[in-house]
Design a protein around this ligand. Structure first.
Ligand SMILES: Cc1cc2nc3c(=O)[nH]c(=O)nc-3n(C[C@H](O)[C@H](O)[C@H](O)COP(=O)(O)O)c2cc1C
Length: 374
């Protein structure tokens, strides 16, 4: 059996394999942050395709935390009902579902990448005033409102409320988004956080909001539910966050009850990023070496490459973004390419859909040269 397709247990949750769907904004929500049939198809196809954990795109914990007006959210009960249909579908396919909880901070209220415009959406076009650790703007975007102490203190509660709703919506896993230049990363990085109060200063001060948020989320999650945090391990810029900083933060996250750090990079400032196959894997390794489970992401495209990341001890799971868009059934293909007979698909016993496959081996896929198509 390959390591890639072998189960992984975090707390009380056993994932069927170690190929996870990376969070990917679809910019396709209905009004007011509601997930739609688009999200059912996008996430459902990857559950059918064999991914172990199917993570949603960044879901805003409050309306003003959306990156674009077309982002999904998890701040009201109508959204809970809409997500429920999607998590039910994912579970019935034998995958676990996770929601990425997000607040875009100073990168909120921007146009989606295709269509209506570029940069910040003005209030006259359905936008709103973004917020940040300071009034400094992300290059090309409108200046945010600098959060007051009282407003900062409210953030962990917003993530905790969103977690309660995520549980009601049937999600198995929560991932706190602290990467890609969004609010929690803005606080972590010295390039965007020049506050001189207890929310800024040294790494411990800049990490305070993230750790308070993690504490608030962990307090709501049942003991058996894993908590993930996505970080940008480096700002790829002199004077910014480094892999060493992130390793220190990973140690703190572990002490605060985080189970896996999903290791990405960049996004907080404009930087030259040396993109190439597996370019972020060394940062996952550095995090993992601190004693917490790590996820590797970024240009991991082939099954053999993914398997090597795991067998080499660089990460515990791999997350796929664009390769999963090109091939929603990437894990099924991986099983074939790795010569792995492990059933990739498993239906939850007793789920309404289990009867559909009665008498059919779980995970059965026609294998080239291994039998008839009958
Ligand atoms: C269309 C698209 C949307 C994305 N949206 C998110 C997001 O909502 N949250 C996030 O953390 N990363 C997001 N990402 C980054 C991916 O999760 C992933 O880290 C990145 O694409 C690199 O992995 P890949 O080379 O496998 O695509 C997005 C990427 C793409 C291509």
């Amino acid at each position: 059996m390959s390591l890639l397709l072998s189960p992984l247990t975090l707390r009380g949750t056993t994932f069927r394999n170690r190929v996870w769907l990376a969070p990917m904004c679809q910019y396709s929500a209905a009004d007011d942050g509601l997930p739609t049939d688009w999200h059912l198809a996008h996430l459902g196809a990857r559950a059918v395709g064999g991914f172990g954990l199917v993570l949603t795109e960044a879901a805003a914990v409050v309306p003003e935390g959306r990156i674009s007006p077309q982002d999904v959210g998890i701040w009201n009960d109508e959204q809970v009902t809409a997500w429920r249909r999607i998590t039910d579908f994912i579970r019935a396919r034998g995958a676990h579902s996770g929601i990425q909880l997000a607040h875009a901070g100073r990168k909120a209220s921007t146009y989606r990448p295709f269509g209506e415009g570029r940069g910040s959406v003005p209030t006259t076009d359905g936008g709103w005033t973004a917020v940040g650790p300071t009034g400094d703007a992300f290059p090309g975007y409108a200046a945010p409102h600098e959060l007051t102490e009282a407003e900062i203190l409210a953030v962990p509660g917003q993530f905790a409320d969103a977690t309660r709703r995520a549980l009601a919506a049937g999600f198995d896993v929560v991932e706190v988004h602290a990467a890609h230049g969004y609010l929690l990363h803005q606080f972590l990085s010295p390039l965007s956080n020049t506050r001189t109060d207890r929310w800024g200063g040294d790494l411990a001060g800049r990490a305070q909001l993230l750790l308070d948020t993690v504490d608030a989320v962990r307090a709501v999650l049942p003991e058996q539910d894993p908590l993930l945090v996505r970080v940008s391990a480096t700002d790829w810029t002199d004077g910014g966050l480094t892999g060493d900083d992130t390793a220190t933060v990973a140690g703190w996250l572990r002490e605060h009850g985080v189970d896996l750090v999903d290791v990405s990079t960049g996004g907080n400032v404009l930087a030259d990023i040396p993109v190439g196959p597996g370019y972020q894997v060394p940062f996952a390794r550095q995090v993992r070496d601190t004693g917490i489970a790590a996820g590797a992401v970024g240009m991991i495209t082939t099954p053999h490459q993914a398997e090597k990341v795991l067998t080499g001890g660089d990460a515990d799971v791999v997350l796929l973004g664009r390769p999963a868009l090109f091939d929603p059934s990437w894990p099924l293909r991986a099983a074939r390419e790795l010569g792995d007979d492990t059933p990739v698909l498993a239906h939850e016993p007793g789920s309404p859909d289990a009867r559909i496959v009665e008498g059919q081996p779980t995970g059965w896929v026609p294998q080239y040269g291994r039998g008839s198509w009958g």
